[in-house]
Design a protein around this ligand. Structure first.
Ligand code: FPP
Length: 231
């Protein structure tokens, strides 16, 4: 049987370039990119992926213009308004990775609503990384550990892991980056230590279920050794 990744993480990159190629504003790329999300989620669910983590907005993306940020925040609200019932009926459980307390009030409230609504679902776990940064996440983990009173001797890899946003979630097996860049951009840097990486030149709005299945096929052929050697 084909090896299926339990946890797949995706950096949804290339929206701006996709729009530019069509002489359209960057916002159009984000709009079409956001429309791509639901089919990728449903496909992941259909083929048995248990956890899907999407990088929607990084801590560094806050350097972008207010106009662009506001637009992405609006798209998130729209996505939840339009798709939450569908996600709910597919038994998807939504989780957020990142600090949403600094997001616009409307986006924050909508996100909390969606998380609460799907809380009892037990199907695919859809993590949306929102105002997320891997380094920031590690710093927060260490702060939590220190404020809980742990001593230096008690610090373990697991303790750090257990204090990340992804606590209870296995590390990603496969990290996919469409959009042509070959870097992980502060995404799940602690958790992706042994993730398989897959890069594609296809820009996110064009990264359809066919491209997704190509990435999953390649993953199924990879040999993972986690630092060990083949049997
Ligand atoms: C990266 O492309 C994309 C983003 C920073 C935003 C991603 C957001 C969405 C797809 C919409 C909302 C998400 C959900 C889950 C509904 P880029 O702008 O960096 O593209 P570029 O590298 O071509 O400039």
């Amino acid at each position: 049987m084909k090896k299926i990744a339990e946890h797949v993480a995706i950096i949804m990159d290339g929206n701006g370039r996709w729009a530019k190629k069509r002489n359209m504003p960057r916002s159009y790329g984000h709009k079409v990119g956001s429309e791509n999300v639901i089919s990728i989620v449903k496909y992941a669910d259909k083929i048995g992926i248990k956890y899907l983590t999407l990088y929607a907005f990084s801590t560094e993306n806050r350097k972008r213009s207010k106009k662009e940020i506001d637009y992405i925040m609006m798209l998130l609200v729209k996505f939840i308004d339009e798709k939450i019932d569908e996600l709910f009926s597919e038994n998807v459980k939504l989780r957020i990775l990142g600090d949403i307390s600094v997001l616009p009030q409307k986006t924050m409230e909508k996100v909390i609503y969606a998380v609460n609504k799907t809380e009892k679902n037990n199907g695919l776990i859809l993590n949306i990384a929102l105002n997320y940064g891997g380094r920031d996440e590690i710093v927060r983990s260490i702060k939590k550990i220190i404020s809980s009173g742990y001593s230096a001797d008690e610090i373990t890899e697991k303790l750090i892991s257990d204090n990340l946003y992804t606590k209870d979630i296995p590390d990603p097996d496969l990290l996919i980056r469409p959009g042509g860049e070959k870097r992980i951009s502060n995404f799940l840097i602690y958790q992706s230590a042994y993730s398989e990486l897959y890069f594609s030149d296809v820009l996110w709005p064009d990264f359809d279920t066919f491209e997704f299945s190509r990435a999953l096929d390649e993953y199924s052929r990879r040999k993972r050794r986690f630092g060990g050697i083949d049997e």
